[in-house]
Design a protein around this ligand. Structure first.
Ligand SMILES: *Cc1c(COP(=O)(O)O)cnc(C)c1O
Length: 419
């Protein structure tokens, strides 16, 4: 299901015209469709059928409180990578007992915070982290539930910046030493072994790397069982891709069915399956509205200079990502030209799209599609530009979920030297 469709030449989000949203809230403005997020969540959830499972939405893909709240109302779990994200989940009504905490650099304070909140699992990424967590749990007087995040050394065939399951990546524990580390974990008084986890990368468009990873994890689970280590949870991480251009990633249904088929043929059918989708839940459910400030026709290139730049949307610059760019109104358009769609920021990497056929004039609003994941949450104030506003559409209602900050708010935490 797609909530962003043209009606009479105007692009809509559910039942609201995006041109109206741009006028009312200003640009740059992220717009999300509540029903699309919910639809995606249910697609994953229902694909598991009666099997014991948990969806832990990866908060870092889009951490706006309203997005987290919509998902927590569905009963979602959450995957976090910082203490700040834990706080967001709790403030959005999320349940700590459904939170899994990954990340290679968890601090003492973050470990304490997780233990005090009573999270479901720490996904441990190194031997030192395991010992440190045991010490802090002893100090806090509680048991720390853990899974080891395994690095299976599998190539996810995605952009190198979003590959995480290869030997050269900083993430996870090499599968060869996992057995020894589980044995050590078992002997630590304040550690409770909960399961095994992995996450091999993002924007995967084929099943093979997921399946190969599951194979390796199941072999590990068998070996552990042989050594008397029983696991409850098998956390397969996130990473399922979305179609930005012509990619054809598996649907949530196919993705879950393929993995569960594999699991059913193993001796570990009874494990509870956790998945941590981020992009696949929210990516297609959001777009970024931006207005044309200037049109520059040059000798070898034409530029549409927008009011959103690399600080508002970094994916094209950071990952060489391609996003479809659509006019919010197709009415009364003149001749098209080829444009580089660029921002106002003083960097040549400040582009939203290159070589696009568009008919644009000053004041026109364009929509950058599939911007719901790794968009708003990666914005910065570079060039002292305020963060983009965010809006959630729910049928015919529009909710402002992040208002535009004032210059006073932007500068509030800075100070000049005395005297
Ligand atoms: C980023 C991340 C995810 C989510 O990845 P997507 O590609 O957005 O699904 C899941 N788990 C961990 C540990 C992550 O770091």
């Amino acid at each position: 299901m797609n909530s962003f469709v043209y009606r009479d030449g105007y692009l809509f989000a559910e039942e609201v015209s995006l041109a109206t949203i741009a006028d009312r809230f200003g640009t740059p403005c992220y717009v999300y469709s509540r029903s699309m997020i919910e639809d995606r969540w249910h697609a994953f959830d229902e694909a598991f059928g009666a099997r014991d499972h948990r969806l832990c939405y990866s908060v870092k893909a889009n951490s706006n409180l309203a997005v987290l709240n919509v998902l927590s109302r569905l009963g979602s779990g959450f995957g976090i990578v910082s203490g700040g994200e834990l706080e967001r989940v709790l403030r959005a009504g999320g349940d700590a007992s459904r939170v899994v905490f990954s990340g290679v650099g968890k601090s003492d304070a973050e470990m304490r915070q997780g233990l005090q909140a009573g999270i479901d699992c720490f996904n441990i990424e190194s031997a030192d982290e395991l010992s440190r967590l045991n010490d802090i749990a002893a100090d806090t007087g509680v048991q720390a539930p853990i899974a080891l995040r395994i690095n299976p050394d599998i190539d996810p065939n995605t952009h190198p910046y979003i590959s995480t399951g290869l030997k050269q990546n900083k993430f996870g524990i090499p599968i060869e030493i996992a057995g020894d580390l589980y044995a050590r974990a078992q002997s630590m008084p304040n550690i409770t072994i909960n399961g095994v986890a992995c996450h091999i990368g993002s924007q995967l468009t084929e099943m093979a790397p997921f399946v190969d990873t599951l194979d390796r994890l199941l072999m590990l689970v068998d070996a552990l069982r042989g050594n008397g280590v029983e696991l409850k949870n098998l956390d397969l991480g996130g990473g399922l891709g979305i179609p930005y251009r012509d990619e054809q990633p598996p649907t949530p249904q196919d993705y879950v069915a393929t993995l569960m088929d594999k699991l059913d043929k193993s001796s570990s059918k009874e494990l509870r399956i956790i998945i941590e989708p981020g992009r696949a839940l929210v990516g297609e459910a959001g777009l970024l509205l931006t207005r044309v400030e200037y049109v520059k026709h040059g000798e070898i290139k034409n530029f549409a200079v927008m009011d959103a730049g690399v600080n508002d949307f970094i994916r094209p610059a950071l990952y060489d990502a391609w996003h479809e760019i659509l006019p919010v109104s197709k009415r009364g358009k003149g001749a098209t030209h080829t444009y580089d769609v660029v921002g106002p920021v003083c960097e040549s990497s400040d582009f939203l799209g290159r070589e696009r056929e568009l008919s644009v004039a000053k004041g026109d609003v364009l929509a950058i599609k599939c911007a719901g994941a790794y968009g708003a949450c990666m914005t910065s104030r570079y060039n002292t530009r305020p963060l983009a506003v965010e809006v959630m559409v729910d049928k015919d209602k529009t909710h402002l979920i992040r208002r535009r900050e004032t210059i006073d708010e932007m500068l509030a935490t800075e100070s000049i030297l005395p005297g």
